[in-house]
Design a protein around this ligand. Structure first.
Ligand code: ARG
Length: 451
């Protein structure tokens, strides 16, 4: 190549601001690669020693913050190799023997993600732990369950909270599967065709802590499924907590007042003194937009590319790493905001409309032998009468019920109670307290399996 790269292009092509994050992984890769080069006779013992001690010095500089980047340090790999050459001379310069940044960058990325995704997993399990604690604390609290934002049937608050638990659990199991596929070592794949030096790729994989060496060098260097798959998991996670956040905002409004966020996770308005905004929830909902877009962006980034490395792929880390950080942060905020919130049991109770028991009334008739469709129709008529008389279905006396069906007996009033409605739903996964207790035990077992 003749001529220098223009400073403008230099700036345009730099990725060091992002890939700096994986300097430790680049160090590990350099150590293992240098050792491997010694194994195959590229380095003498002395050269290896000087390269390894130069690497140690770089680690020191990085940790102290005294490592100096230069404008020509396009990425972290170039920066470290430049410094290695400056310290160890010729031996440093030969570190790149038989490897390419194409296999180096994906090896670093996979190593980095392995660590950071596990950190996320830990935070997700902590969130699950908090959700179980809330479910246990609030056991017995009844609130209206909504469909179409209409009061539908009474449910236990703990049941709702555990719904979040199982959604989070899907994220965790997805991540587990993902980590298995992530755990493959591309180093030794070279630029695309495999290293021309006979390094032992299985030994390298083992030393770096990977499950196996990648089986195909073209696939290994060009594939970014390990980014898009993670971004899908992040997008699905954000979609879940964004839905909960939207509901919590509603619960937080004056009209509902089911939940009160602690001052730490809500803010006042600069203008309206009466306001306390559920900012944590709003930001979760807001940030989910970028998370969902990111999965899409990564797939679009790849869709037109031939199977090998193309420079476009440099954009992968900026998106993936930043979204992973957002996911970790959002997991913590969501956890803290919910854990420190107060659930207003009194307000939930006040909100319970007797109309929530309409299904129970129909079920009552079914138990007395009426086909459900007919029971549905009869209860519909009773509700219309209640609307007409501006009262609740629970206000009618037995005589009135009997006008609609002879099947009604005095025991109808027993089934027209919220706790009774709840207790009926004792099926696995139902909202009855016993069923919810079983669910809590299941959730706890799940958590133990993650310990
Ligand atoms: N900074 C690049 C990236 O992150 C490293 C790979 C560059 N490879 C190349 N052939 N230019 O993708």
């Amino acid at each position: 190549m003749e001529g220098d790269v223009s400073p403008l292009m230099e700036r345009f092509s730099r990725s060091v601001e992002t890939d700096f994050l994986m300097w430790r992984e680049d160090i590990s890769v350099n150590r293992v690669w240098a050792t491997e080069l010694a194994e195959i006779g590229i380095y003498t013992e002395d050269e290896l020693k000087s390269v390894l001690s130069a690497i140690d010095l770089i680690v020191e500089e990085m940790e102290k913050g005294s490592f100096e980047f230069e404008p020509t340090d396009e990425d972290i790999h170039v920066a470290i190799e430049r410094r290695l050459t400056a310290i160890a001379g010729d031996a440093g310069a030969r570190i790149h023997t038989g490897r390419s940044r194409n296999d180096q960058v994906v090896t670093d990325s996979r190593l980095y993600l392995k660590g950071r995704v596990k950190d996320w997993q830990i935070e997700l399990v902590r969130l699950q732990d908090s959700l179980i604690a809330i479910a246990k604390d609030e056991l017995g609290v009844i609130l209206p369950g909504y469909t179409h934002w209409q009061q539908a049937q009474p449910i236990l608050l703990s049941h709702y909270i555990l719904a979040i638990f199982w959604g989070i659990d899907r994220t965790i199991t997805r991540i587990k599967d993902y980590l298995y596929r992530l755990d493959v070592c591309p180093l030794g794949s070279g630029a695309l065709a495999g290293s021309a030096f006979s390094v032992d790729r299985e030994r390298i994989a083992l030393k770096l802590g990977f499950r196996e060496a990648s089986p195909n060098s073209i696939d290994a260097t060009g594939d970014r499924d390990f980014c898009s798959e993670l971004l899908f998991d992040i997008g699905a996670f954000f979609t879940l907590i964004s839905r909960v956040a939207a509901e919590m905002q509603m619960w937080n409004s004056l009209e509902f007042s089911f939940i009160e966020f602690s001052d730490g996770y809500a803010t006042g308005s600069s203008m309206m003194p009466q306001k306390k905004n559920p900012d944590a929830m709003e930001l979760i909902r807001g940030k989910s937009a970028a998370a969902i877009a990111a999965a899409n962006q990564l797939l679009i980034l790849q869709k037109g590319l031939p199977l090998t490395y193309n420079r476009d792929l440099q954009e992968d880390k900026k998106i993936t790493f930043s979204q992973l950080e957002e996911a970790i942060l959002a997991t913590n905020v969501f956890n803290e905001a919910l854990s420190s919130a107060t659930f207003r049991v009194d307000k939930m109770q006040q909100a319970l409309e007797p109309g929530l028991l309409a299904t129970d009334l129909a079920d009552y008739l079914v138990q007395k032998g009426m086909p459900f469709r007919q029971a549905h129709e009869v209860v519909g008529q009773i509700i219309r009468r209640a609307i007409h008389e501006q009262c609740h279905i629970t206000d009618f006396r037995l005589e009135t019920f009997k006008e609609f069906s002879e099947l009604f007996e005095a025991d109808v009033f027993k089934s027209l109670q919220f706790p009774v409605s709840i207790a009926q739903r004792i099926v696995i996964g139902g909202t009855a307290e016993k069923a919810v207790q079983l669910q809590i035990a299941q959730a706890e077992d799940r958590l133990k399996s993650y310990a």
